[in-house]
Design a protein around this ligand. Structure first.
Ligand code: FES
Length: 220
């Protein structure tokens, strides 16, 4: 709702909300959405899908539902249970919506506090090998000794570099950067897909070295 309201607050902002629910009683924000639609009849369209009437949303159904709005879409945001996000992503992909225009949101409980001080201790059983890291971040380029089993994020934070991060558990991609050369091992990865990996993206909070020299950039 906050994203929807923010978009409508822009003079030209418009939203098509595809809202899937189990049944009519499960629709939260029903009244607010009706009011918003009344205030912005030409900029907000709510398309309801009720499982009780139409069954689970399928790729084909979503394609038919979304096709008329795709040409004017500059961003597709998806949130919901994983199977729903999967069919939505597939439907948009088949409608030729570019991947970079599709944003997904996942909810998950963290296992620890990512902002608690964490020294760059190597893993008990070191993975990978010692390496040299060449890192571009905010226009600065530094060369660092990268011990085996230490994650790139831990290394950069220990060196005083302000590398971005959030979950520190391989689940959010806030720490994503681009590997320009070399090889790393990702200890965990719940967010990057095959295409991201093929494009060179890695998760700094999960990357340990697996080559002698590794170049990464946060600026590309
Ligand atoms: S900080 Fe969330 S995936 Fe690395």
């Amino acid at each position: 709702m906050s994203i929807l309201r923010a978009r409508l607050a822009e003079p030209e902002g418009s939203v098509v909300l595809v809202y899937a629910n189990r049944d009519e009683e499960s629709v939260i924000f029903g009244r607010e959405l009706r009011e918003l639609t009344r205030h912005h009849p030409d900029r907000l369209l709510v398309l309801h899908h009720l499982e009780s009437l139409q069954g689970l949303p399928t790729i084909g159904h979503l394609i038919r539902l979304c096709r008329p709005y795709v040409p004017e879409t500059d961003l597709a945001m998806i949130c919901g249970p994983q199977p729903y996000m999967d069919v939505c992503t597939e439907a948009l992909t088949r409608l030729d919506v570019p991947r970079k225009m599709i944003v997904t949101e996942r909810y998950r409980s963290l296992e620890s506090d990512p902002f608690a001080a964490q020294p760059a201790e190597p893993l008990t059983v070191p993975v990978g090998q010692e390496a040299t890291a060449v890192v571009e971040l905010d226009g600065e380029r530094r060369q660092l000794a990268w011990p085996a089993g230490v994650t790139l994020l831990d290394l950069l934070l220990e060196q005083g570099m302000e590398a971005p991060f959030s979950c520190r558990e391989g689940a959010c991609s806030a720490c994503a950067c681009r590997m320009l050369s070399g090889e790393v091992k990702l200890l965990r990865n719940e967010v990057l897909d095959d295409q991201d990996l093929a494009d060179g993206y890695i998760l700094a909070c999960q990357a340990v070295p697996a080559a002698e020299r590794i170049e990464v950039s946060y600026d590309e």
